[in-house]
Design a protein around this ligand. Structure first.
Ligand code: ZN
Ligand code: ZN
Ligand code: ZN
Length: 484
C-alpha cells in the first residue's frame, strides 16, 4: 500500500522551500567556501546549464599530481566490516594497534561462528535482495570466511594476549596506530583516533545518534531499532540519519548564534520565517546535491522483471517509510519537522544512491604481514615463528580493508568520462577516509576534471548499461568514437 506521510501536508510549504533549487550565487559561494576550507588550490566548481555541476582546473596539473582531497560529508562503515576493522568513526583511520586489530578480528569471528554455526548471517529473508550489490559481496565473503578450512586456530590465550597488549608482535612498532578513544557518550560503538575526531563527530551528528547510557532510554531503544533495521536492509539509511542529524544540529547552532545577537540588541522574539531561514541555511549542503527520490532513481536489479518495476519501486518506498518512522521515533525534533517527511527522506537517500561512493581505507595489518614477508634471513624466520600461526589463523582475511559508503561533496560534482583525466586513488600516505583525486595524465588549465564512474576498460555496451544506473548516456570522446 502506498505509504502516507503524516508530515507531508502540514509542512508542504516548508518542504517546497527546502526543494527550491539554490541560486547560482548560492552555489558559487557554497563551493568557494568548501574549496577554501579544504585548502584546495587550482580547481573550481562551475555550474553548467545542461550538465549540472562540474569541477575544472584553474591551473596545470602534471600526471600523478594530487588534484584534491575531499573529506566526506557523511560516511558509514559497513556493519559486517566492523568485525574486521577497528577504525575511527569520524575519519575512518585504523586505530589501536596491529595486535588489537588482529586479536579483535579473531575474537569477533570466533564469537560469530559460535553464535551462528556458519552462514545464516546472509539470511535473504531479512536482506532486501538485490538492493545493494556491496551487501551481497559482504555476505558471500562472510559465508566463505566463516568456515574457511585454511584457517588454523591459535593456542588458547593468544587472542586474549593480542587484545590486552601482553603479546607484542615483532616489528609491530613500525606500524604504530593512534590509541582508540571511546565515545564519551558511552555507546561502546563509536571509537576515535583523537579527541578532536570524537568532538567533531559528536557535534556533527553523534550527539543525536549515540546509543550510550546517558541518552534518554525511550530514544535509545528507538534508535537501536532503527540501526538494526538499517543493518538488516541497507546501511544507506544510517547515512541519511547522519545527514538529518547534522542538519538539525546545524539548525540549532545557527539559531543559538542568532539568539545571542538578539539578546544583545534586545529585539522581539523569534518568527517562523526566521526559523525557516535557519533550516534552509542548515540544509544547504544537501540542497547542493539532491536530485531525485530514492524509489524513483534506484536501478532496477537484474533479477526483477521490468513488468514488476512499479511494485518494486513501491516496495522501496515502503521500506524507506518504515525506516523513517523508526528514525522519527528516535530523534524527532518539532522545529525541524519537515526533515522527517518522506519526500525529504527519499531525496536524501536518492542523493546517496546516485553518488554511491565507496569508502575504502587500506589495512595496516596487510602492510604489516607484507613487511614481515619482505624481511631477510635470519630476521624473517625469527619473526615468522610468531607471526606465521597468526597469519594462518586469519587465513585470507588478513588483508581485509575498511569498507563503507560515504558522500564526498566535491568528488560528487565530478562528471564522468570513459577516458578520464583523473582518478580516485589512495596513495601510501592517505590513511583515512577522505577521497583522493590524482591526475591520470597532464591536465591543462581550463580543462574539466573527469573521473570514470565505471570500469572504463569494459566494452562500450557494458559501460553504457552501467552508466544508465546513474541516469545518463555517456557522450565522451571514447563513446562517440566507439558508437560510430
Ligand atoms: Zn579520526
Ligand atoms: Zn556514542
Ligand atoms: Zn564514455
Amino acid at each position: 500500500m502506498e505509504p502516507i506521510c503524516p508530515i507531508g501536508l502540514p509542512c508542504a510549504s516548508e518542504i517546497s522551500a527546502l526543494f527550491s533549487p539554490p541560486s547560482p550565487l548560492q552555489i558559487q559561494e557554497y563551493y568557494l567556501n568548501l574549496l577554501s576550507s579544504r585548502g584546495c588550490i587550482g580547481i573550481s566548481v562551475k555550474q553548467d546549464g545542461n550538465f549540472g555541476k562540474g569541477v575544472y582546473a584553474d591551473m596545470d596539473f602534471k600526471e600523478g599530481e594530487l588534484v584534491l582531497k575531499d573529506p566526506m560529508f557523511v560516511g558509514v562503515q559497513h556493519s559486517l566490516n566492523k568485525i574486521d576493522c577497528l577504525v575511527c568513526s569520524f575519519c575512518f583511520r585504523f586505530i589501536g594497534s596491529i595486535e588489537l586489530q588482529i586479536g579483535r578480528r579473531l575474537y569477533m569471528k570466533q564469537l560469530r561462528a559460535n553464535e551462528s554455526h556458519g552462514c545464516d548471517v546472509g539470511n535473504s529473508s531479512q536482506h532486501f535482495h538485490g538492493m545493494d550489490s556491496s551487501d551481497e559481496e559482504e555476505n558471500t565473503q562472510q559465508c566463505t570466511s566463516g568456515i574457511s578450512k585454511t584457517k588454523v586456530p591459535l593456542p588458547e590465550g593468544v587472542v586474549e594476549s593480542l587484545m590486552n597488549g601482553k603479546l607484542v608482535l615483532p616489528c609491530s612498532e613500525k606500524f604504530s596506530l593512534l590509541p582508540a578513544v571511546p565515545c564519551s557518550g558511552g555507546c561502546g560503538e563509536a571509537y576515535y583516533c583523537s579527541m578532536s575526531c570524537a568532538e567533531a563527530d559528536w557535534e556533527s551528528s553523534h550527539l543525536l545518534l549515540c546509543t550510550g547510557e546517558s541518552s534518554d532510554p525511550a530514544r535509545r531503544e528507538a534508535l537501536l531499532k532503527f540501526i538494526k533495521h538499517a543493518n538488516e536492509t541497507n546501511d544507506i539509511f544510517i547515512l541519511a540519519a547522519k545527514a538529518i542529524s547534522s542538519t538539525i544540529l546545524r539548525y540549532h547552532k545557527l539559531k543559538a548564534v542568532s539568539l545571542e545577537k538578539q539578546v544583545k540588541y534586545d529585539t522581539s522574539c523569534f518568527s517562523n520565517d526566521r526559523s525557516l531561514s535557519f533550516l534552509l541555511e542548515a540544509w544547504r549542503p544537501i540542497s547542493m546535491g539532491h536530485k531525485r527520490r530514492w524509489w524513483d532513481c534506484i536501478a532496477l536489479p537484474d533479477d526483477v522483471d521490468s513488468s514488476d518495476e512499479p511494485s518494486f519501486r513501491l516496495q522501496i518506498k515502503e521500506l524507506a517509510f518504515e525506516s523513517l518512522q523508526l528514525l522519527k521515533a528516535a530523534i524527532f525534533d518539532k522545529e525541524c519537522e519537515p526533515l522527517f517527511s518522506l519526500e525529504i527522506y527519499g531525496h536524501i537517500i536518492g542523493m546517496f544512491e546516485l553518488n554511491n561512493l565507496d569508502l575504502v581505507v587500506a589495512s595496516p595489518v596487510e602492510d604489516y604481514f607484507l613487511y614481515i614477508d619482505d624481511l631477510t634471513h635470519p630476521n624473517k624466520e625469527e619473526a615468522e615463528k610468531i607471526t606465521q600461526p597468526i597469519l594462518d589463523a586469519l587465513g585470507e582475511d588478513y588483508s581485509i580493508c575498511c569498507e563503507g559508503t560515504a558522500f564526498f561533496p566535491l568528488q560528487s560534482c565530478m562528471n564522468h568520462s570513459c577516458c578520464p583525466n583523473a582518478k580516485a586513488f589512495k596513495r601510501d600516505e592517505d590513511k583515512d577516509g577522505q577521497a583522493t583525486i590524482i591526475a591520470q595524465r597532464s591536465i591543462c588549465k581550463g580543462e574539466e576534471i573527469t573521473i570514470s564512474y565505471v570500469d572504463e576498460e569494459l566494452p562500450f555496451e557494458e559501460r553504457q548499461a552501467s552508466l544508465a544506473d546513474y541516469g545518463f548516456r555517456c557522450r565522451c570522446p571514447k563513446c562517440i568514437e566507439e558508437e560510430s
